[in-house]
Design a protein around this ligand. Sequence first.
Ligand code: UT7
Length: 330
Amino acid sequence: MSKLTAAITAVGSYVPKFVMTNKMLEDLVETNDEWITSRTGIKERRILKEDEGEGTSYLAIKAANDLIQKRNIKPEEIDLVMVATATPDSMVASTAAFVASEIGASNAFAYDLLAACSSFLFGMSTASSYIESGRYKKVLLIGADKMSSIINYKDRTTCIIFGDGAGAVLFEPNNEGLGLQDEYLRADGSGRKYLGMEAGGSILPATHETVDAGQHYIFQDGKSVFKFAVSNMADVAEKIMLRNNLKNTDVSWLVPHQANKRIIDATANRMGLDSSKVLMNIQRYGNTTSATLPLLLADYEEKLKKGDNLVFAAFGGGFTWGSIYLKWAY
Ligand code: UT7
C-alpha cells in the first residue's frame, strides 16, 4: 500500500475592492511610482475598507466560502480550520474559531497560526501532518491578513509594501503520492529587532504613550530584512532541490512569498529558473503577509497541472523562513 500523503485539492481567495495605487501613496508620503516599482515591483495593493469594524476574519471567511463553493463540499465535513495570520481580529479569542462558525464548519476545531510572513508555509506543514497521521480528512488552511490595520501611512518604509487579502486551501489525503513531499523550515529569534511591532504585546502593553509614539505600527529595518531574506530564501529553495534531486528542469513552478520582486528574482536565479516558471502577483497586491502563497495558487490555478512540481519559499518576521516541495494534485 502506498504511503498516505497530504494534497491540496482546492483553493479559494478574496481581495478587498479598494485599490491603493502608488500614485495615491505619493499624496501620503514622500515617494513616487518609479521608486516603488523599481525597488519592489509593486504597482498597487488592496485595502479593506468595505465596512467599518471588519477585520482579518472578514477576508478569511470570503476566501473560505469561495473555496467551499468552488469545490462543492459541505462545511460540516471540515475537520480543522487554521487561520495563518499576523493580524488576528483581536488578542486572545481565536480568529479561526470565529471563521469556522461563520462558514458553518460546525464539526471542526480551529486555531490561529502565527509566524509572520511564513505563517502560511508553516501552516502547510501542520495541515499536512494532520492528514498524514490519518486522524483527519479535511483540513482548511487559510492565510489572511489585514496589514492596513498595523500600517502607519506616514512611514514610507512600510506603507508602500503591504496590502490586505486572503487565500484558502483544502488539504486532503492522497494515495497517488501527490501533495507535500518535503519541507525545510527554519527560525532565528535574533531577527525580531529588525521587523515587528514594539507595543501592544505582553512586553509593552498599549498605553496612551505607546500609541502617541506610533509603537502599535509595524516597523522594519528594510535593508537588513532584505539581506536576510535574499540569502535565506534562496538557500532553502536550493537545499530542497538538492535534497530531492530536483534539477531546474524538474521544477514546474516556484511559489515565492511576495515581499519584494528583487528577492523573488534572486531566489529564482539561484534555482536556475526562468521567470516564466515563477508565480508572481506582487505588482497587484503587494505583500499580503500570510496571504501571498494561497493568492498565487488562486491566481494561477488554471495553469497548474496534476503532477507539477511546486517549490514554495517564504521569509518573514521572527525571523522565520523555509521551503516546501509539493506535487500538485489536480
Ligand atoms: O515579508 C518579509 C518582510 N519584508 C521584506 O522582506 C522587505 C525587505 N526589504 C525591502 O524590500 C527593501 O529594503 C525596501 C523596499 C523596504 C527598501 O528598499 P531598499 O532598496 O533597501 O532601500 P533603502 O532602504 O536602502 O533606501 C534607499 C534610499 C534611501 O535614501 P538615501 O539614503 O539613499 O538618500 C531611502 O531614504 O531610498 C529612500 N527611500 C525611499 N524613497 C522613496 C526609502 N523608502 C523610500 C520610499 N520612496 N518609499
